[in-house]
Design a protein. Structure first.
Lengths: 112, 113
């Protein structure tokens, strides 16, 4: 069964450092998303990507965040200068057409 | 009004009970609807799609009322393994090809022995 894969599963970084979270969406999907979930809280939308550009982004997705699809398969989320409050699970999702979104297993980001 | 609203719970129910979750959405042009299940520290996983005609999968029944912009999930004969957070998810109307996926806050279910 096709699946969305995310790496790394857990990333520990120092405050102020840059991190790149990686995702390989399902190959024939068209829509790509990043969400985050702070421990014990709801799933929050960060950004969506379609047709090689950002379609929509939330207030959370400020200038510290960026996304790329550098090679047609990977979909990355970069946080330029991490803050303590960026600690969360980050989920990548992809979707084709009217179907449901499929999620990766998440990257747990811990900023110390 | 939030785009997708759910009662956050928690719902604490005994094994064998029937429990119902509700969800409302604000955009009448929304296209498709789903219930996801999320276990602690895991990714959301699709439980079932929701159709206007209603659909059933074993102990789970989902209903959609487009007129009221309301979605429900019924779980019969609750099992301990049903304990999780249930997320209502709505696909918006496509705009220029793009389609937004919006999550409700999730409803936490705890099934008690």
């Amino acid at each position: 069964e096709p699946e969305v894969t995310q790496t790394p599963s857990h990333q520990v970084t120092q405050m102020g450092q840059e991190v790149i979270l990686r995702c390989v969406p399902i190959s024939n999907h068209l829509y790509f998303y990043w969400y985050r979930q702070i421990l014990g809280q709801k799933v929050e939308f960060l950004v969506s990507f379609y047709n090689n550009e950002i379609s929509e982004k939330s207030e959370i997705f400020d200038d510290q965040f960026s996304v790329e699809r550098p090679d047609g398969s990977n979909f990355t989320l970069k946080i330029r200068s991490t803050k303590l409050e960026d600690s969360a699970m980050y989920f990548c999702a992809s979707k084709g057409g009217q179907s449901e979104a499929f999620f990766g297993q998440g990257t747990r980001l811990t900023v110390v | 009004r939030k785009e997708v609203e759910q009662d956050p719970g928690p719902f604490n129910v005994p094994e064998g009970a029937t429990v119902a979750f509700n969800c409302t959405y604000s955009n009448s042009a929304s296209q498709s609807f789903f219930w996801y299940r999320q276990d602690c520290r895991k990714e959301p996983k699709l439980l079932m799609s929701v159709y206007s005609s209603g659909n059933e999968d074993g102990r789970f029944t989902a209903q959609l009322n487009r007129a009221s912009q309301y979605i429900s999930l019924l779980i019969r004969d609750s099992k301990l393994s049903d304990s999780a957070t249930y997320l209502c998810v709505v696909n918006g109307a496509p705009r220029g090809g793009y389609q937004k996926v919006t999550f409700g806050t999730g409803t936490k279910l705890q099934v008690i022995p």
